[in-house]
Design a protein around this ligand. Structure first.
Ligand code: AHR
Length: 326
């Protein structure tokens, strides 16, 4: 798997996400010999608060860095991303960046970009590919670690539980990198305590409505749920609505651990409706622009750049909320 290879070979940098722009607003990019660079960017869609913050970060950072950004929203569909990338190739952009909806099925279009001599940067999510050198780098979080942190919290919280602890999992988009990796990190973490059981797991597609719908079905099928692991804030917030509608108290009757730590998730945690939050920082724009300029200028870049995250309990969320940027 290229992801594994990449992780093994890559240099993990825990660099600060901000402060990577290279010039004042409106000024041409400078890393490619003084010429302004053109970037084609294909975004997953607008499924979550995280995604909206990520899109804003990329658009703002492009302006700040003087990068001419051609932005395309795939509306959650891989075929739209492939069409957008082909269109970027036809337009002869300097660099293509994208956050892949799912992990597989990219070989052909990545080879087309490579054959056209246009470098590709993966941002936020990885792909599986057997083709060598079809992208320059992958900038994004360690999703396995995020799932592990969520699971570690459950392990600690229920360390003294005398019997089975019933967990339901709201998975992200089927086949997407974060859904696959968070599922595996969480399973690994809770595996240390045989009392912890995932009794149901289903995709809510990273949306609030999806999380609510799946949670309603879980509540009907399983009257004895102890914990919800929501693979993003939006699904967790949908679960809160479903739990309240069922006459139970989220955060008390049913504990909730989620991933993202967007403003809404932090508010739910500070309010006692979520119990624990794992961050996934969406502010990738400045770092993406910086790396893109280097790639276009022919400079070498690490082939894996891991963005740093942290975790929040309820008191930490309440304290951090006033300064939260997304
Ligand atoms: O790829 C990052 C994930 O995608 C975020 O956790 C989720 O909110 C988003 O939709």
């Amino acid at each position: 798997m290229n992801r594994v290879l990449t992780a093994m070979l890559g240099i993990a940098t825990a660099g600060v996400l901000a402060a990577c722009g290279s010039g004042p607003a409106g000024q041409s990019g400078d890393a490619a010999g003084g010429e302004q660079i053109t970037m084609g960017f294909s975004q997953v869609g607008a499924e979550s608060g995280w995604r909206t913050a990520n899109t804003t970060s990329i658009q703002d950072a492009a302006k700040e860095a003087g990068v001419d950004l051609k932005f395309s929203d795939a509306n959650g569909k891989q075929e739209n991303q492939i069409s957008a990338i082909r269109s970027f190739i036809q337009q002869r952009v300097d660099v293509i960046a994208f956050s892949p909806v799912v992990r597989t099925g990219w070989d052909a279009v990545l080879l087309e970009a490579k054959n056209a001599g246009i470098p590709v940067i993966l941002t936020d999510r990885a792909v599986d590919t057997s083709e060598p050198d079809v992208y320059k780098t992958f900038i994004g979080a360690d999703f396995v670690q995020e799932g592990q942190w969520a699971g570690d919290w459950v392990v600690k919280e229920f360390a003294a539980a005398p019997g089975p602890v019933n967990i339901v999992q709201l998975e992200g988009t089927t086949g997407s990198d974060p859904a696959l990796e968070r599922t595996s990190g969480f399973a690994k973490a809770i595996g240390v305590n045989p009392n912890l059981k995932v009794i149901a797991s289903q995709t809510g597609d990273f949306t609030r409505s999806g999380g609510k719908q799946v949670m309603e079905a879980f509540l009907k099928a399983h009257p004895d749920i102890d914990v919800v692991f929501a693979q993003n804030d939006d699904m967790g917030l949908g679960a809160v609505e479903a739990i309240e509608a069922a006459g139970k108290k989220p955060g008390t009757d049913i504990k909730i651990v989620a991933i993202d730590a967007t403003h809404d998730g932090m508010q739910a945690t500070a309010d006692g409706k979520f119990n624990f939050l794992v961050e996934c920082n969406p502010l990738l724009g400045p770092q993406l622009m910086d790396i893109a300029k280097k790639v276009v200028a022919g400079e070498s870049v690490p082939n894996r750049i891991v963005t740093p995250d942290q975790t929040f309990d309820q008191a930490q969320a309440a304290a951090a909320l006033p300064e939260r940027k997304y």
